[in-house]
Design a protein around this ligand. Structure first.
Ligand SMILES: [Zn+2]
Length: 330
């Protein structure tokens, strides 16, 4: 497999840029230049985004930058295609991108169990639709500690967790199918996201290792997939970014729930709401009201559970409000 690709050795690492945890890299092909901005270093639970800008330098005839295909490979089972994204306005108000420039984004998730150390990201690409090329970007994964918590569940939560109804099974299948969907055309926002509620009171964090103790004395281990905001029932919940509503319904486990698609394979999820005000198929802008918080479904009190899934894997929501800026700042 590896032999199939021509490896470009002249990768130039340009060092840190913009937001924390972002690096810049560049390399020159015969008839084009490539520039990259990507997540590095990362920690377990982070998504790794790579933004690629390809510019033709002549000699390519009628071949277009937009005809380029590319794939980001972390491991055999954790890889994703690049998708074209619209050029963002340049920060200094400079000229718009020319026709022989195209921009692409790709992302893979690191699970919260990802080992630390030095790794590489392979970029496999066919520039201007021809030739198979490959080179690698270095990626450092640094350590991150996750908290542990034990939660005692009352009668109703114990019943929900042991619900084996066809209804719950069907809801679970539907959600899994949605978060596994990778829609190339689903590009709605590539600039930093906002928080869904205007509160800094966090009652549980992404990646917390959890033990649920039930009324029958049994327990189960779990991992918290999102961030919980401890806000009173009725608190306004807004979309964290532009997108398309792909789920809006009452679920056994998560109560009134909304899922929004933001980028190919990237979804935000909002659980346990008291009410929702959007419908499946609708479009939302960042900050638009999607519902009001509550404690429906498997919840121990009023809060908003906000989760982000990338290629079906839960990733740290804070990344999108803090470290996503470099993707929108080429
Ligand atoms: Zn939660």
């Amino acid at each position: 497999m590896r032999n199939k690709f021509t490896v470009i050795a002249a990768l130039l690492l340009l060092g840190a840029i913009g937001a924390a945890g972002a690096k810049d890299a560049a390399c020159d092909g015969k008839d084009y230049t490539l520039r990259f901005a990507y997540t590095d270093p990362a920690v377990p639970g982070d998504p790794v985004f790579v933004r690629m800008t390809l510019t033709g330098t002549g000699g390519l005839g009628n071949q277009k930058a937009g005809d380029t295909t590319a794939r980001l490979v972390f491991t055999e089972n954790n890889a994703a295609d690049f998708y074209p994204v619209p050029a963002l306005p340049s920060q200094d108000g400079g000229p718009a991108r020319s026709a022989n420039t195209a921009e692409f984004l790709a992302a893979i998730p690191l699970s919260t169990w990802q080992k630390t150390g030095n790794f590489s990201l392979a970029i496999q690409y066919a520039p201007f639709g021809s030739g198979d090329m490959q080179f690698t970007l270095p990626l450092t994964v640094e350590a991150k500690e996750f908290d542990s918590e034990t939660l005692k569940m009352g009668e109703s939560n114990t019943a929900i967790m042991h619900d084996e109804s066809p209804e719950r099974k069907a809801q679970s299948d539907k959600l899994n199918k949605i978060v596994l969907t990778w829609n190339k055309a689903g590009v709605y926002q590539q600039t930093p996201f906002g928080k869904p509620v205007a509160s800094a009171r966090m009652t549980s964090l992404f990646g917390d290792r959890r033990v649920y103790v039930y009324t029958n004395g049994k327990s189960s281990a779990s991992e918290h997939y999102g961030n919980d905001f401890g806000v009173p029932t009725g608190t306004r919940v807004g979309a964290c970014a532009d997108g398309k509503v792909v789920l809006a319904e009452l679920r056994v486990l998560t109560g009134w729930s909304v899922i929004i698609e933001h980028l190919p394979g990237l979804y935000s999820l909002y659980y346990h709401m008291d009410s929702i005000t959007v419908k499946e198929g609708g479009r939302v802008k960042q900050g638009d009201k999607i519902g009001a918080s509550g404690s429906t479904g498997f919840a121990t009190g009023p809060h908003l559970h906000w989760e982000m899934r990338l290629n079906a894997v839960a990733v740290n929501p804070d990344f999108f409000t803090k470290d996503f800026a470099f993707c929108g700042n080429p």
